[in-house]
Write a protein that binds this ligand. Structure first.
Ligand SMILES: NCCCC(=O)N[C@@H](Cc1c[nH]cn1)C(=O)O
Ligand SMILES: [Zn+2]
Ligand SMILES: [Zn+2]
Length: 491
């Protein structure tokens, strides 16, 4: 349909169309999945610390910088130096892109954060197609990074490109901060944000992250909170060398038995964490908050079936959501030094390291939890009267993040969702952690919003990751509609 005159042309006409017609509107070539295909083809895996993958991430960042320049943005590709890894390797850290387009003091400035590195993927892990070739099957675009997070980054670029293709003024100043090491813990990103607080971020009004999923296959969502995470290692050591269980079994305290007992004392079979005091600072549940869970569109039976879990710990939708979003959880991840290979080796491992983490919620405090965990494990260990040595270390501490859903950009995003999808979004939280959200909130002190595009079954980090063509295209339109709404509300 030929756009009308004026700033809202093209996009406002969408409001008058039904869903089928809206989806049929031809959008500029920049919005087709061709660029996504090109980006997915780059194996920008930041998890495997190998020179080849680092080169791929560098290539990815270069291509993204070119794409942003093509959009007319001024792009700074910030050299992040090198990192020394525990195995002695020295690897270059990929650059972080800081880009800006438009500097009109009358317009709000919206900064988009995204990442272009991906989780590892191999066809033999159970992918139906090559993970680095974007393949469309039944409207689903399969490929590593399609939803996490290359698709959403491109959708934001598409939104900007759509205004340009329609010869319309972009109603907001746009900034991008794009990194290539998110999956590996966002190496050096915090320092860059602190360094750029009074320069790049000085005029930023709103920060948007689109690195999570809806809670439904169909209904869009807005995210206003994520849990934090505190990660521990528990080392139990007898000596440097393993033992023969026939020669030593029965006469010593086995490190694995100590460790299993320590790990087994952390959480009971109903998911309740057994560390004294751990729930003391958890925000009390208000009636208003309780009601919010009732309105979330979640089909528990379908959710359970899709997850292939026989029975969850809780029977109602509300309890499930609260235990994912507003209560802490403790997960045991693994044991280093355990004999985990197939076969029946009669070994007594001499030193083992258990790993577990606790998802934190408002208003738990990292150093308080650290002290509680260490004291509890030391007490349990001393009750065993073992001759082994115990060391408990906290290796990561990330605060939970919670947003004010009455901020202008949340209202603008709700309106944009209504325009593009014709429904009000689910207002949800994410049980996982996006560490940079809290950093932005604390350092830049501006509103941070998570505006996801992907559907619940996109399979981020998993085999056969995908983004629906529908979500990718409508998501691009959503970002464009958001620019219009936030500009209107800001002024
Ligand atoms: N839906 C967004 C998921 C992002 C993600 O997977 N984040 C990691 C970050 C993290 C926390 N602790 C260690 N890494 C996560 O596990 O939540
Ligand atoms: Zn991600
Ligand atoms: Zn990820």
């Amino acid at each position: 349909e030929k756009p009308k005159e004026g700033r809202l042309a093209g996009l406002t006409t969408l409001k008058t169309l039904n869903k089928k017609q809206r989806f049929a509107v031809p959008w500029p070539i920049c919005m087709t999945p061709e660029s996504l295909k090109e980006w997915v083809a780059i194996e920008s895996d930041s998890i495997q610390p190998l020179p080849h993958f680092r080169q791929e991430i560098f290539k990815m960042m270069d291509i993204a910088a070119d794409k942003l320049r093509h959009l007319g943005a001024a792009v700074d590709s910030i050299d992040m130096g090198h990192q020394e890894l525990p195995d002695g390797q020295n690897l270059p850290i990929p650059p972080i892109l800081l880009a800006e387009l438009g500097n009109d003091p009358k317009k709000p400035t919206v900064c988009f954060y995204g990442h272009l590195d991906v989780q590892p993927a191999k066809k033999e892990d159970g992918w139906h197609t090559d993970p680095f070739t974007l393949v469309e099957v039944d409207g689903k675009l399969y490929g590593r990074g399609a939803t996490d997070n290359k698709g959403p980054v491109l959708a934001w670029i598409n939104a900007v490109g759509a205004f340009q293709a329609l010869n319309q003024d972009i109603p907001v100043n746009i900034k991008f901060i794009i990194e290539g090491m998110e999956e590996a813990g966002s190496v050096s990103l915090d320092e860059l944000v602190k360094r750029e607080k009074d320069r790049f971020f000085s005029n930023v009004d709103y920060i948007v992250i689109s690195d999570n999923l809806w809670i439904s296959k169909k209904k869009p969502a807005l995210i206003y909170g994520t849990r934090g995470n505190i990660y521990f290692t528990v080392e139990v050591k007898c000596r440097d060398q393993d033992f023969h269980s026939g020669t030593f079994g029965g006469i010593l305290n086995e490190p694995m038995a100590d460790l299993v007992s320590l790990l087994g004392s952390l959480v009971d079979s109903s998911g309740h964490i057994l560390i004294p005091g751990i729930y003391d600072n958890v925000a009390p549940l208000s009636e208003e908050e309780k009601k919010m869970y009732e309105t979330i569109d979640l089909n528990l039976e379908e959710y359970q079936n899709n997850s292939q879990v026989e029975r969850f710990l809780f029977d109602t939708k509300e309890e499930i959501l609260m235990h994912l979003w507003r209560y802490p959880s403790l997960s045991i991840h693994g044991i280093e030094g355990a004999f985990h290979e197939p076969g029946a080796k009669t070994v007594i491992p001499a030193q083992v390291i258990g790993k577990f983490s606790i998802r934190l919620v408002p208003y738990m405090n990292i150093s308080v939890v650290e002290t509680q965990v260490k004291k509890y494990l030391e007490d349990i260990f001393s009750q065993r009267n073992s001759s082994n040595k115990l060391k408990v270390n906290m290796t990561l501490g990330v605060h939970p993040w919670i947003a004010n859903i009455h901020d202008i950009q949340y209202i603008a995003a709700r309106r944009a969702i209504k325009t593009v999808f014709g429904v009000d979004p689910d207002m949800i939280r994410d049980g996982s952690t996006i560490p940079i959200a809290k950093t932005f909130q604390d350092i830049i002190q501006k509103s941070v919003m998570m505006l996801p595009l992907g559907a619940v079954d996109d399979g981020e980090h998993s085999q056969n990751e995908k983004i629906n063509r529908y979500n990718y295209i409508e998501g691009s339109k959503l970002f464009a509609a958001f620019f219009l709404e936030v500009a209107k509300m800001h002024s």
